[in-house]
Design a protein around this ligand. Structure first.
Ligand code: URA
Length: 214
């Protein structure tokens, strides 16, 4: 657990009237997580570890091929995703689905799609570091279980929180980074492509690179 999170939990305990706390004894490695995606989902959809759980309608765990070679990571659910419990089903999702189909010649069922945070941040704000770090426990386990060859970070937030690298997406897009034995390729978020059609040419090149690595 990150120090910032420990501090936050300590303040919560203090607010709740706890006067003395013996200390944290467990390390991240002590936390037992299931080895099956379905089991992980069961835990995740009941999660109340951060405040996003108070305002969500549905947890958006992620979906797709549990043996996918290619996994997409977005920022967090929007309104449509919160309503349906499915990732990337709104306008940005429709564009992502088209790119997967037309550039990669794959379907959504061939790949796996997840997000940094599984609950919608109010008004679609960027998830805070506490929210991202708390929720990353689930994402990292998803990556572990699915074991994809390539991780595509959609937009700056996904790349920043997965790789602890806050360079602008325009600087890192289309480059290949390493995460464990996997290749990580950041590219523009589809919402950005909807607002900035001129960036689609660069995104197209990034997707050709992804295709060549599959
Ligand atoms: N934007 C994201 O980052 N993720 C979604 O699931 C939908 C929109």
């Amino acid at each position: 657990m990150k120090n910032l999170l420990k501090l936050k939990h300590l303040y919560k305990l203090k607010e709740a009237g706890v006067e003395y706390f013996e200390g944290f004894h467990s390390k991240d490695s002590d936390i037992k997580m299931p080895k099956e995606l379905d089991e992980l989902k069961k835990i995740c959809i009941n999660c109340t570890l951060c405040d996003l759980s108070k305002t969500r309608t549905n947890v958006v765990f992620g979906e797709g091929n549990p043996n996918a070679k290619l996994m997409f990571i977005g920022e967090g659910p929007g309104a449509e995703e919160d309503k349906t419990g499915k990732p990337f089903v709104g306008r940005a999702g429709k564009l992502l689905t088209k790119i997967i189909l037309n550039v990669l010649n794959l379907t959504r069922e061939d790949v796996y799609i997840a997000n940094i945070v599984k609950c919608r941040p109010p008004n679609n704000r960027v998830p805070t570091i506490e929210e991202a770090e708390t929720c990353k426990v689930y994402l990292l386990k998803q990556i572990d279980i699915i074991n994809p060859k390539i991780l595509v970070c959609l937009g700056k937030t996904a790349f920043m929180y997965l790789m602890n690298n806050d360079l602008p997406i325009s600087k890192v897009r289309g480059q290949i980074f390493d995460y464990k034995e996997k290749k990580v390729i950041p590219t523009f978020h589809p919402s950005f492509l909807l607002r900035n059609p001129s960036a689609r040419k660069d995104a197209f090149e990034d997707f050709l690179l992804i295709k060549s690595l599959l």
